[in-house]
Design a protein around this ligand. Sequence first.
Ligand code: ADP
Length: 303
Amino acid sequence: MTRIVCIGECMVEMAPLDTVGTYRMGFAGDTLNTAWYLAKLLGDRAQIGYFTAVGTDSLSDQMLDFLGSAKIETTFILRRAEQTVGLYMIQLQDGERSFSYWRGQSAARTLAQSGKDIAKALDGADIAYFSGITLAILPEQDRDTLLEQLQDFGSHGGQVVFDPNLRPKLWHDTATMTSAITKAAQCSHVVLPSHEDEATWFGDATPMDTAKRYTDLGASIVVVKNGPGEIILHTERGAQHLAPTHVVNVVDTTAAGDSFNAGFLAACYTGLSPEHAVDTAAQLAARVVTHRGALVPEAIKAS
Ligand code: ADP
C-alpha cells in the first residue's frame, strides 16, 4: 500500500464562537491540513503518516488522538518531555479574521534534530510532503538535516512534494527564506506554489514565471495556484493554463492551497493524469472555500 508521510507542525486552533470570549478548540496547520484531506480522500487505499514532534502533556495526547481519529498514522511522532504544542487563536472583528500565534517554543521546532528519526519515519514511504512553513520553524542546522534526508529519500526512489508556502514573518529575513525555499525545491519532484506569494518574494511577474523558475530548479511537475485565477500546470510535456472551479460565494479561503495539494496528490495516486488531477484539486478547494475553517468534512462528502 502507498505510504505518504507529511512533515511539519500541527497546532491547537482556538476558533471564536458566537458568544464573545468563547472559543472552540481544534487542531490545524498547513501540512496537517493536507494530511487530513489525503486521509479522507484516500481512506483505506493509502497510509497517511504525520511526522512532527509534540510534548508529553495531555494537550499533546489529545492532538495525537485527533490525528488517530482522522486515520493519520502517528507512530513516528517524537515526544519531548520539556515542551508542548503550538497554539493559535483566531479573532473576528467586523467579519475580518486575524490570527495570533504562540509557537515560538513549540516541540515541532525540534522535529529535525536527528536525521535518523526522519529516516525512520520515511522508511518504506512512497511520497514525502513538506512545506516552507516546515522549514521556517526549524533552526538552520536542522533545516539542512531535513533537506539531506529528503534528498536521500528522493535519490532512493521516493517522491518529494513541496509547497513553498512563503511566510516571511516566520523567517529571520527574506534572503534566508528565499534561499532555503530554493534549496528545498532543488530536492523536490513536485512543487505546488501559490503565485501571489511567489510574486511578492521572488519577483515573478506571471504565474508562468513561477512555473519556469521551479522547473529550472529540477521539479518535474509544478502546479502554480493563483486564488481564483488561472492555474499553470508545468510538466515534462510543457505548460498548460487551466481554469479553477468558479466559486460564487467565497466564505473563508483558509486551507484552500492545502486542500488543493491533497486533492492533486490523491487524484494522481488514483491514476488520473496531472491535468485531471488539477481539475479534481480545484473542485475540492472550491468546496473548501465555501465553508468556514481549515478542515471541512462537507467538502469531502460532496466529492
Ligand atoms: P493558498 O491557499 O496556498 O494561498 P490559493 O489562494 O492560490 O492558495 O488557492 C489555492 C486554490 O484554491 C486555487 O488554485 C483555486 O483552485 C482555489 N481557490 C482559492 N481561492 C479561490 C476563489 N476565490 N475562487 C475559486 N477558487 C479558489
